[in-house]
Design a protein around this ligand. Structure first.
Ligand code: ATP
Length: 507
């Protein structure tokens, strides 16, 4: 039996026995796995943690770097009209007035007076809609969905409150309907820059990386000599004081975004929006995420800057959740920065012989959510028999070799010379090409298991025969198949599998 998240979901009932874990149990297993095997830790763990802030461990940082690298290559190498930048986290405070974040980067929140817990009003309503859907109450589901869409469209906080009351939505902790009014809550973190602590020194931790691109639009266009249509890509930290921060690295207060703003001629934004929707979906498919687990979700309520927007959602064990947004941001941001700075942010189009403020299509993906998606896709349990015929579960991470934190582990069969020397010689020879790991402790089976759990695609065992035939036993993670291969061939075998070009060619 194989519990393989990148095939069919638990609710499809395939590949899973009656004892297969439920979606949230599976999610919990993945969260525990991430901590136990050095992928993600709670921030300040020894101080009981800081809510919704996480650190990446030794394997996590490698996986995260590999994912970021793939995105960066897909954006800046495959597209000759996209270049990168790395803007600072702090920006002039007026940037956030111009962008609209000071006035309207808000979430509607509501408190339960009995439990004193705070919730996002739209999210507890969405939860209720899911509950109606699961219990087959179609009419209630439809009417609540319509009510929510209408209230969000009009920013009507009283209407949201009304829906919560009418549908008797209870606080999951206190089980009461004793709610406060719905209020808006600004998600930006602020701090003071310099030694004077007054209003003029207030700066914000950027809530999105996009504005660093907009304010550099002309700098980049001129110095990189870009012609519209062209894009600017950037990866970096963003900060949001989320009202409710749950579900592990899905919703964090400090997270990383990978964003690309694509500047186009006014009037062509609709076709470029469709182009980038398709391109980004292909990118997810090229990384190996099955099409059945991905879908688009069109926005009903558009952000103040957008004329069209859709999310790419992935089916996590706990349901479909947003991973990436594709937004047609119009010329809003550049025009606002023009208005606030009184400086022109225009492009002189040599073909049209016209000057204009370009329209923008944005692709914005959360690196941490992509990381979680990758772990969920990779987490695999297979059931076989142990030596006594009893049931035995093998767990491994079926990571694409290009993403795996370690590419090849080298094991001398026993902790003795001259096997150690030959093992270290192979390690020293290959370490310049990819991430290699050497280990001589513990039984060989145990060493294989440790690598399976972190997704290492290959293990090479050095034995006494190796001294004679200059071969090692190469073990493949997914199949556990073992093959005798020449030491001299190891580099090519691994290089071929970890190459990102096969992935990039599929996009
Ligand atoms: P959500 O509706 O889930 O709050 P959003 O629509 O506000 O997300 P965007 O502003 O479009 O998100 O940001 C782009 C991407 O950044 C999202 O698709 C998501 O992957 C990621 N992201 C946004 N907020 C967070 C967060 N608090 N923690 C982790 N990733 C986030």
């Amino acid at each position: 039996m194989e519990t393989k998240l990148n095939q069919d979901s638990p609710k499809d009932g395939k590949n899973l026995s009656a004892s297969a874990p439920s979606g949230s149990d599976l999610f919990q297993k993945i969260v525990s796995h991430a901590k136990e095997y050095g992928f993600v830790f709670q921030s300040s763990d020894i101080y009981d943690g800081l809510q919704a802030v996480y650190d990446y461990g030794s394997n996590g940082v490698e996986l995260k770097n590999n994912l970021r690298y793939l995105w960066w290559q897909a954006m800046t190498r495959l597209q000759d009209n996209i270049v990168g930048i790395d803007a600072a986290i702090f920006m002039h405070p007026t940037v956030w007035k111009a962008s609209g974040h000071v006035d309207s980067f808000n979430d509607p929140m509501i408190d339960n007076k009995d439990s004193k817990k705070r919730y996002r009003a739209d999210q507890i309503i969405e939860e209720k809609i899911r509950e109606y859907a699961l219990s087959g109450q179609k009419d209630a589901e439809k009417s609540l969905q319509e009510g929510l869409d209408k209230a969000l469209e009009k920013d009507d906080l009283n209407a949201l409150r009304g829906l919560i009351e009418d549908h008797k939505i209870l606080c999951p902790i206190s089980k009461t309907c004793n709610w406060t009014d719905v209020r808006q809550f600004n998600l930006m973190f602020s701090t003071q820059i310099g030694s004077l602590a007054d209003d003029s020194s207030t700066v914000y931790l950027r809530p999105e990386t996009a504005q660093g691109i907009f304010v550099n639009f002309l700098n980049v266009q001129k110095t990189a000599r870009m012609k519209v249509p062209f894009g600017i890509a950037q990866t970096g930290k963003a900060f949001r004081n989320e009202v409710v921060a749950r579900q592990f690295i899905m919703r964090m207060r400090e997270f990383e975004q990978m964003e690309m703003q694509f500047f186009v001629r006014p009037g062509t934004q609709a076709e470029w929006y469709e182009y980038w929707k398709e391109k980004r979906m292909n990118w997810h498919l090229a990384l190996g995420t099955p099409a059945s687990k991905l879908r688009f979700h069109k926005h009903v309520k558009l952000a103040h800057y957008a004329d069209a927007a859709a999310d790419i959602e992935f089916e996590f064990p706990i349901g479909f959740k947003e991973v990436e947004g594709i937004h047609s941001r119009t010329d809003f941001d550049l025009k606002q920065h023009e208005a606030f700075t009184r400086k022109k942010l225009r492009y002189q189009d040599p073909e049209l012989n016209q000057s204009y403020v370009p329209y923008v299509i944005e692709t914005s993906i959360g690196l941490d959510r992509l990381f979680l998606l990758t772990l969920c896709n990779a987490y695999t349990e297979t059931e076989g028999a142990d030596a006594d015929g009893g049931a035995k579960t093998r767990t491994f991470l079926d990571l694409h070799p290009a993403l795996a934190p370690i590419k090849l582990a080298i094991f001398p069969l026993i902790k003795k010379e001259p096997l150690q020397e030959l093992g270290m010689k192979i390690f020293d020879d290959l370490k310049f090409d990819f991430k290699v790991f050497y280990e001589e402790q513990a039984a060989i089976g145990k060493r294989y298991t440790r690598q399976d759990l972190i997704g290492t695609p290959f293990c090479a065992t050095v034995d006494f025969e190796s001294l004679e035939d200059q071969c090692v036993t190469l073990r493949y993670r997914n199949t556990t198949e073992q093959k005798r291969v020449p030491i001299a061939a190891l580099r090519d075998i691994v290089q071929k599998e970890i190459s990102v070009s096969d992935i990039l060619k599929k996009i």
